[in-house]
Design a protein around this ligand. Sequence first.
Ligand code: ZN
Length: 119
Amino acid sequence: MALEDSLRAQLIKQFPADVLVLKDDFHKEYYACPTCKRVVAISNTKCMACDQALKWENIRVQEMEEKGKKKATLTFEVPADFVKSYCRKCPISYIAKHDKENMYECPLGMRNNCPLEIN
Ligand SMILES: [Zn+2]
């Protein structure tokens, strides 16, 4: 039975678990493996000590909230020939005048750094 238990434990560790934020004796925060509680290096996808798969989404959300920011996601349709930074084809772009010329502008101000993820 012991073998089965350890196999099960190995299997469970393949499912990413949220990294913990713990405090050391000096009240300094560090990131820890949720399974073995050992320190994990930032953005590691696996615990070096026990092979637990790690996920960082909640940590990132927490960090952004601490900075007074949250992440917002909006899903909308774009034409099939849309590519990133193709503001003319983007449904959220607007027309602004630049030196008397009309230009498609990005409402996020990210014209050259288009954050859209196309699926
Ligand atoms: Zn671990």
